[in-house]
Design a binder for this molecule. Structure first.
Ligand code: ADP
Ligand code: GLC
Length: 490
């Protein structure tokens, strides 16, 4: 597609499908730390299915499975960086239907991990600059440049600046999606000059430091976050993490679009990772999955005893302080507890000591397990606990519902939007929700859920309510498309 001299409105209408470049630091099936990877893998595919010309750009980390890639697609991409012009190569993948381009810069991305180094800001600033250099080598400029979370903030700032100067990007609009406003991408403002962003210092400055998130939010034409409730919450001092004023100032440009579930990957009827497939019409396979799960975690094969599970990053956001305080109370309910998690050492230590004191009741896996174990837990557990302090969207509650695993969630963000409290008077509802972030409120809800767990028919109704809820990506993709169209036409 060539850059049009006409208005962007005419261009969008006259020159074929909307072209959307999605920039993300992680994406399934390549590299994953959390839900951003699930979303960045599913959205380009869902947009592609709706007829858009969508593609993904991400770093080529050393842990990415090379058999997913072809190339090099470009061998000598010059990136203007610190006054020099280093060359990187670009690999391509068709593993997700929409094309993915991966930036091969081993100095920055062969670190054995995705995040967590002191120079993360520099690594992702480089990624952004290389991604923009790549855009100039592809078939034409994107109509929309869709940036995700703080690592892509640099790209939003750079595109805004370059479209004023370069005809190539003149009609490229920027959407910035906030998946978690608490991760603000801080670094020392004195680094702005050599990163070539000193002209934008005011946009970056937040709490006395430079924030890639804040600059990205300011530079973008429109903003989105991953649930309507979280879109409201980040406009408050409690959840805005110091950016509530900016979210309020830009609230007319802020959309809340709930993430979907990729049912090609998360579907108990076809899931290759689980002991037996099952569906809303025939739940018998779920019992086999439960036995398999108990065996995997070395727990006694007592299929009548409920399993409460959690899969999450081990961070305060996920409510691990509540779980720690409620540990004894949870076991007093008679349930098994199975936890899969990687993250803060204090929570890993807690899980280990909990397991050590009750090895027949608590099963743990510390570390990032990859996909199969997460699927086996979703399939084999009875209840899924998400006592989050805050939760922009959350995906596991939706995966759980699909697998007949009833979620118990705190009513916050996307958890509140996607889980409907069960009402025994009407038999409506997909799970259990508590409001106050307290041990008492959480234990009360767990007991309420277990009361119904013992009534098999009622329980199967709740399971089926969840299993038949449609959280597929197509509805979310259509909302993104509407947003892309709106910004492209202005
Ligand atoms: P967040 O993005 O805040 O971590 P989400 O609920 O959106 O939370 O997504 C978490 C994703 O990461 C899910 O796909 C979940 O199964 C996966 N996940 C989290 N921790 C682990 C782990 N230790 N091992 C495997 N998968 C994990
Ligand atoms: C973030 C949020 C999580 C959300 C995910 C994908 O990591 O913590 O709630 O589901 O992004 O949008």
């Amino acid at each position: 597609m060539l850059v049009s001299e006409q208005s962007s409105k005419t261009k969008v209408q006259s020159s074929g499908p909307l072209r959307v470049a999605i920039l993300s630091p992680e994406a399934v099936p390549f590299a994953k730390v959390g839900g951003l990877a699930d979303v960045s893998g599913a959205l380009p595919k869902a947009l592609h299915a709706e007829g858009l010309d969508s593609f993904l750009i991400l770093p080529l980390y050393d842990q990415i499975d090379r058999s997913l890639l072809t190339g090099p697609f470009i061998e000598d991409l010059e990136v203007l960086w610190r006054g020099k012009r280093p060359r990187v190569s670009i690999w391509k993948s068709d593993a997700m239907e929409a094309p993915a381009y991966l930036i091969d810069a081993p100095y920055y991305f062969a670190r054995g991990k995705i995040y967590g180094d002191n120079d993360d800001f520099e690594r992702f600033a480089f990624f952004c600059r290389a991604a923009i250099a790549l855009l100039k080598r592809l078939d034409g400029p994107p109509d929309v440049f869709h940036c995700n979370d703080w690592p892509c903030g640099f790209a939003a700032v750079e595109i805004r600046a370059r479209r004023r100067q370069e005809e190539y990007f003149a009609n490229t609009k920027i959407l910035f999606s906030i998946h978690n406003i608490a991760y603000q991408g801080f670094f020392n403002p004195s680094d702005l000059w050599w990163l070539d962003f000193s002209a934008h210092t005011d946009d970056f400055m937040l709490k006395g430091a430079a924030s890639a998130l804040k600059a990205g939010i300011i530079a973008s034409d429109a903003l989105s976050t991953v649930s309507p409730r979280y879109a409201q919450e980040i406009q408050t001092p409690e959840q805005g993490y110091g950016l509530e004023w900016l979210m309020r100032a830009r609230r007319d440009r802020l959309a809340g679009i709930t993430n979907g579930v990729d049912y090609d990957i998360w579907n108990p009827e076809t899931d290759p990772h689980i002991a037996a497939n099952f569906s809303a019409n025939d739940l018998s396979g779920k019992r086999l999955c439960k036995l398999d799960l108990l065996r995997r975690f070395g727990l006694p094969e007592e299929p009548e005893r409920p399993i409460i599970a959690i899969i999450s990053r081990l961070v305060a956001q996920k409510g691990y302080d509540l779980i720690r305080q409620a540990a004894r109370g949870i076991l007093d309910t008679g349930a098994f507890f199975i936890a899969l998690g990687a993250g803060a050492k204090e929570y890993e230590d807690f899980l280990q000591s909990w397991h050590d004191t009750a090895p027949n009741r608590v099963g743990i896996y510390k570390g990032f397990a990859g996909e199969p174990l997460a699927h086996q837990i979703e399939a084999g557990a009875d209840l899924f606990l998400m006592p989050s302090l805050y939760e922009p969207c959350g995906l596991n509650q939706m995966y759980s519902m699909r697998y007949g695993t009833v979620p118990i969630v705190r009513a916050t963000g996307g958890l509140d939007d996607t889980v409907q409290q069960f009402d025994p008077a009407t038999n409506q509802g997909t799970g259990f929700k508590f409001g106050p972030h307290t041990v008492a409120a959480m234990l009360e809800k767990i007991r309420e859920a277990l009361y119904f767990y013992k009534q098999r028919e009622v329980w199967e109704t709740i399971q089926r309510n969840g299993m038949t809820t449609d959280n597929s990506w197509s509805a979310a993709a259509r909302k993104y498309i509407q947003l892309y169209q709106e910004i492209s036409e202005h």
